[in-house]
Design a protein around this ligand. Structure first.
Ligand SMILES: [Ca+2]
Length: 154
């Protein structure tokens, strides 16, 4: 279906405005952060990576389009330093959109990151909690090179 749509967009000259490095996918199943990571890697590319304000807005649109307005897991977690699930370290990897006073590492147990609501701000939270989550499919993946074919217009 995506392949068909992209062809339509290319023919009509819309490929620039519809082309994002990361295509986000909302998954309504409630899972722990680790379970969400496994699901995203099996079904898409990985848990969502967010590298700039534009992607925050794209992320918000994805969640709100699904009719949801509460916590969702993203791909950021802490192993001493904050790290993206897909291992991305390039341009934008250091981008953060923390809520004021976050991260606060409450009880020294909050090592995973969710986006709390339609504001797009980030919270550190307990990885064992069950939330919906956002996966992405995108060209920065080192895991699924075949996905490049969807993004030739980028
Ligand atoms: Ca927190």
């Amino acid at each position: 279906m995506e392949r068909i749509l992209l062809v339509v967009f290319s023919l009509s000259g819309w490929v620039i405005s519809t082309c994002h490095p990361h295509q986000y996918y909302y998954v309504s199943d409630l899972k722990t952060w680790t379970e969400a990571q496994t699901h995203c890697r099996q079904t898409y590319t990985d848990l969502a990576t967010i590298e700039n304000t534009e992607e925050v807005n794209q992320f918000i649109n994805t969640v709100s389009s699904a009719g949801y307005n509460s916590e969702v897991w993203i791909g950021l977690y802490s192993q001493i330093n904050w790290t993206w699930s897909d291992g991305y370290t390039g341009s934008g990897a250091e981008y953060r959109n923390w809520k004021t006073n976050q991260p606060d590492f409450i009880s020294a147990a909050q090592y995973c990151v969710n986006i709390g609501n339609a504001t797009g701000f980030w919270w550190d939270d307990n990885c064992f909690l069950d939330y919906p989550f956002i996966c992405y499919r995108g060209k920065f993946s080192t895991r699924r090179e075949k996905m490049y074919e969807f993004y030739d217009g980028c």
